[in-house]
Design a protein around this ligand. Structure first.
Ligand SMILES: [Zn+2]
Length: 222
């Protein structure tokens, strides 16, 4: 594959594009190719009678990404933002259990990242979380040809907090790109160790609210 292993998509929600650009600007193009959605969707929570239209628009936009990913990249990284006055914090949302374990292991091994408020969230119907609801089509988040990883960075409103959020996002994108470029380790012991380590955190502390990764801007529950 002569393109970068990771395709980073910014601007699915237009209000989040400016932050996405700041994250994208210093990335290594050999590792991460950036796809900018110039006119993304509104990320505002739809009124009840607008829900169908909102879902339809999202599904159409995500499906348009398929030709950009398939056969070109091993991982689709979908960047979003939300708000967290105590942030920055982040959710990494992925349907692939091996990838979730791998991320947990690598984050735990990096003190600067392990100290951050990060959450690795399963996506899909088979999980301990009620994550069946998503506006993203299944052919995006569960495709045999590539991994889907949603990254939601929750930002405080302060300038320093925004900068810290950008730095966090860049660190995470770089980590993901490095992992995507490497062969996949599948040590059962490693995965079991990570599993024990991460599940206490993910199973209760941060699953208040609806617990569903809807990719809508909002206050982080916790
Ligand atoms: Zn978003």
């Amino acid at each position: 594959m002569d393109t970068a292993p990771v395709l980073l998509v910014i601007g699915i929600h237009r209000d989040e594009l400016a932050f996405g650009r700041t994250v994208a600007e210093s990335l290594d193009p050999r590792k991460v190719q950036v796809l900018t959605i110039p006119e993304g969707l509104s990320g505002k929570r739809p009124l009840i009678d607008q829900q169908f239209k909102y879902n339809t628009l999202h599904q159409a936009l995500y499906r348009q990404l398929l030709p950009s990913i398939q056969g070109r990249h091993t991982l689709l990284l979908d960047l979003h933002t939300g708000s967290d006055p105590a942030g920055p914090s982040a959710d990494l949302i992925c349907a692939d259990a091996a990838w979730r374990d791998r991320l947990a292991f690598e984050i735990a091994a990096r003190p600067a990242l392990a100290a951050q408020n990060l959450r690795i969230v399963p996506l899909g119907t088979v999980s301990e979380f009620p994550h069946a609801h998503t506006v993203i089509p299944k052919q995006i988040w569960n495709n045999p040809e590539f991994i889907y990883l949603g990254m939601e960075i929750y930002l405080p409103e302060t300038a320093s907090g925004q900068t810290a959020g950008r730095d966090l996002a860049q660190s995470l994108v770089t980590l993901v790109a490095d992992l995507a470029a490497k062969p996949f380790p599948t040590s059962t012991q490693q995965r079991l160790a990570v599993s024990r380590q991460m599940h206490p955190q993910t199973s209760h502390e941060q699953t208040a609210g609806d617990g569903v990764p809807t990719f809508l801007p909002g206050r982080r529950q916790g």
